[in-house]
Ligand binder design. Sequence first.
Ligand code: PRP
Length: 214
Amino acid sequence: MNSKVRIALTKGRIESKAVELLDRIGYDTSELKNKGRRLILSIPNEDIEVVLAKAADVITYVEHGVCDIGVVGKDTIMEHGGKFFEVLDLGFGRCKFALAGKKGGSFYDGYGVKTVATKYPAVTRAFFESKGMDVDIVKIEGSVELAPLVGLSDGIVDIVETGTTLKENGLDVFEDVAPISARLIVNTVSMKLKQERVSEIVRLIKENCDDKNN
Ligand code: PRP
């Protein structure tokens, strides 16, 4: 096992917030801020390496134990699942999963089986199963908002942050599905074999993250 502690950060939207968090702890994040095309960065004077990856890959790396700690959105955790400890709500990257559709429409009216387009079929399936409702789920890879507009689906289950994308496309939230924020995850074996160092880093992150409710 690598003697360093390796942290996987999700590239993109929550990346800068995660780097800010490492800054607040007092880590030197200069490599992270000037990373160019490099994917593995070190934190000078610390036994820590940082890896940048797509959200689902953060989970895969942590599950496989090649990264000890990960920062990833609850959206990906809910869709992907997996075997790891989810130890902290980091308080940033807040948004929600919502069921949405054409403004003024009513998703639950009528008797036919509804069609729902989404990038998150597992989340969508679980949501409607919890209601005991049968729906047809169509997997879409991007800009799900298009699906109800062109008549592919009666609704969508997607991430809503500011609500601007829905609004600008004449869509509206019908129902909230689940709140989302960035989470800290830890590999189950690292939690035991690197217990002291991993706990210390988790403690520092907890003390410096936005969500003081943890
Ligand atoms: C998400 C989501 C919406 C948008 C919502 O997409 O799928 O399209 O953000 O944000 P808003 O409520 O602030 O308008 P994202 O930008 O992450 O891109 P993606 O389609 O590549 O997932």
